[in-house]
Design a protein around this ligand. Sequence first.
Ligand code: SF4
Ligand code: MG
Length: 329
Amino acid sequence: GGHLLEVRDLHVEFRTQEGVAKVIRGVSYHLDAGETLAVLGESGSGKSVTAQAIMGILDTPPAHIRSGQILYQGRDLLTQSEEQRRQVRGKEIAMIFQDALSALNPVFPVGWQIGETLRTREGMSRADARRRAIELMDLVKIPAAERRIGDYPHQFSGGMRQRVMIAMALALNPKVLIADEPTTALDVTVQAQIMDLLADLRQELGMAMILITHDLGVVAGVADRIAVMYAGRIVEHADVQSLYRAPAHPYTKGLLESIPRLDVKGQKLATIKGLPPNLMRIPSGCPFHPRCPYVQQVCLDVVPNSLVLGDGRTSECHFAQEVLDDSAR
Ligand code: SF4
Ligand code: MG
């Protein structure tokens, strides 16, 4: 124990008419106070579903948590009552989403929305909630907060709306902020500004963060560790520097090789061939084998264990050490 947040051997299924999709198949990760974990993966890898399970906002049905634990300060959230979970949601662990526009209510001024949880949950007066909303808008660096507090969501740019959503998430001083693709809908310049803001806030407020993204390019300056997800498993887990220097899983290696590099002219970017698997028909052995340039017969026959490579790095690949040596060359 001792971690602020710990997901242990989580299994989640989606039960549909076509069959059962095993979307999370034994995911474990932890988060300590003040640190940032990036959870990286393609869409459908299970990265958002894990976060929704933490927040207690998985749609049921069809989502069904088969087994596992989600420990927050040592207590298993999955065995708590809805009332207990509501105490944790927002106040201890808050979440922001990709699409600020649909998360915000178009008919209320942003200041009113930022102050809403303060009024309803903390019993704050309207005047105090308004003052705090201005502070929060300042904190997320929305210019002229006092003047803009009465503006409506559509009067803000995409980047500014994302800042409003971050301000809402911070209203109750959570210890953990989960950011699910917080910059995906924004253009590249604004993406960088929001990532900078998140990095600053984390410093300033000492909060821990789970940053969910499909984009390995955005996490370098922000995250301490990265967990790479594929087909409902964490296939590689390492600190950011080690992973960038030399990935130890062919999937991570493929992701890294497909990031455009500013310092290389006329480069031909590699892409990972094929598509992520259908989660109702996960390939035998290693689920990455149909796409893997390192594949051998054993990969089709045997599910790889998680190999520990030192420095707390793990890779779920039969040839992790070879891939690591190959990457480090
Ligand atoms: Fe590739 Fe085999 Fe490693 Fe899977 S176990 S990632 S198929 S080399
Ligand atoms: Mg998602």
